[in-house]
Design a protein around this ligand. Structure first.
Ligand SMILES: [Mn+2]
Length: 421
């Protein structure tokens, strides 16, 4: 990933205004309850530009009139950290992994002094102090503050001459185009997920509750080396599958039902995101097969549409009209508009360091983008929810289905599920 992060920083510098500074915070472990914390997961923009998976670091990018400087601030090991949390990465290793010159890596306690120096006319390392401060201002909702605003509060309060700008337009743009190194990580994540899904199919007959199959998936991906789930696993039997973000997974597994799995393993912080739908008894009923094959045909036909120049709107429209045509043909709906009762999400999303990755949905597809294609059909009256989702790379000539080998044909699924063990 070293070349990838160096190139990513070069590209970001090229998009930043002259006389600006960008700050990226690694983030820390979010508080859970009392003295418990969630496991650390890096702020993805920080990780994207550093390849560093450690809390409390700060990346500072300085763009002057003529040249650029990159600084990294890392936590200093204390006796307490070493004994209780494990030693933090030393400067030399941080330099090796990130490609940031070791003389520009400092301890966090030096940050205020160095930043103040940058902001002073007489001593600024860039000749003149920056006028613009770029921050990661991703807004999760209107009532909570972006992490960077909290972290940079003192700077914002005390350096009023800085005008604050969101870096997100640029980071979202750059992150749409996956490097070869990133595609390798995504493929590794998908490979873990494939093993996990194969285990789910093999174990289905022995299980009584949804959460057991969630565990079978997790067991297999962690054995395979994944650091865990990219998002909470959906293991939804029967009508539970008509709830798009059903994650409680506490229900019993009904006989002769369909069970929808939407899940994905991580690999080095890169996500995979796959949906498969399996018959709980190992064999599809005639009705289940009919509905399943509609979704499968839409999945395959929509994937075949993927190529540079295609818009998200065209992709969405294509899938929706094909679903309308096929559900009409079997008498499931009468009017086109009725499809909204059976299919109520969009066809897919960008995927990368975030499972629902950042990106610009208003520009046509270009080579290097990775997206999901995930048509579904949710027939509540019949207790059936089906979704089939693959992860697709846009290439010069069209597409590469990165999850091609994860089986989805009725015969293939039945064959694996019938096999003992
Ligand atoms: Mn998805």
């Amino acid at each position: 990933m070293l070349e990838h992060v160096k190139e990513a920083r070069r590209k970001l510098f090229a998009r930043m205004e002259s006389e600006s500074v960008a700050l990226f915070y690694a983030g820390s472990m979010p508080h859970k309850t009392t003295d418990q914390f969630y496991r650390y997961a890096p702020q993805r923009n920080f990780y994207y530009f550093t390849n560093l998976n450690e809390p409390n670091m700060i990346l500072m990018l300085l763009k002057g009139k003529e040249d650029n400087k990159t600084y990294l601030f890392v936590e200093e090991n204390t006796d307490h950290i070493i004994k209780w949390e494990g030693a933090r990465m030393e400067k030399a290793e941080a330099s090796e992994r990130s490609g940031i010159a070791i003389e520009n890596i400092h301890y966090i306690k030096a940050f205020d002094g160095i930043f103040n120096q940058v902001m002073n006319y007489a001593r600024s390392v860039m000749g003149t102090p920056p006028k613009t401060l770029y921050l990661d201002l991703y807004h999760v909702n209107p009532t909570s503050q972006p992490i960077a605003l909290t972290q940079a509060k003192t700077i914002i309060d005390n350096y009023k001459e800085l005008s604050i700008k969101a870096i997100n337009e640029h980071t979202s743009y750059l992150r749409m185009f996956k490097s070869d190194a990133e595609i390798k990580q995504i493929k590794a994540a998908i490979a873990h997920t494939e093993k996990g899904l194969n285990n789910v199919m093999r174990k289905m007959a022995q299980r009584t509750h949804e959460y057991q199959l969630e565990a079978d998936f997790y067991h297999e991906i962690t054995l395979s080396g994944s650091e865990g789930n990219a998002f909470d696993t959906i293991a939804a039997c029967g009508s539970n599958a008509t709830v798009l973000h059903y994650v409680s997974n506490r229900d019993v597994i009904k006989k002769d039902a369909l069970m929808l799995f939407d899940l994905g393993a991580l690999h080095e912080n890169y996500a995979s995101d796959i949906s498969r739908t399996y018959p709980t008894s190992g064999t599809f009923t005639k009705r289940q097969k009919t509905l399943y094959n509609i979704v499968l045909e839409v999945n395959k036909a929509t994937i075949e549409q993927v190529r540079p120049g295609l818009t998200w709107k065209a992709l969405n429209d294509f899938a929706k009209s094909l679903l309308i045509e096929k559900t009409k043909a079997i008498g499931l709906i009468k009017e086109d508009a009725d499809i909204a009762e059976l299919y109520y999400h969009s066809i897919g999303h960008f995927m990368g360091l975030d499972v629902h990755d950042v990106g610009h949905y208003n520009i046509p597809l270009e080579p290097g983008m990775v997206l999901t294609i995930e048509p579904g059909l949710y027939v509540k009256d019949e207790g059936i929810g089906i979704r089939i989702e693959d992860d697709i790379l846009v290439t010069e000539s069209g597409y590469e289905n990165l999850s091609e080998s994860i089986i989805k044909e009725v015969d293939d699924i039945e064959k694996v599920m019938k096999r003992k063990k």
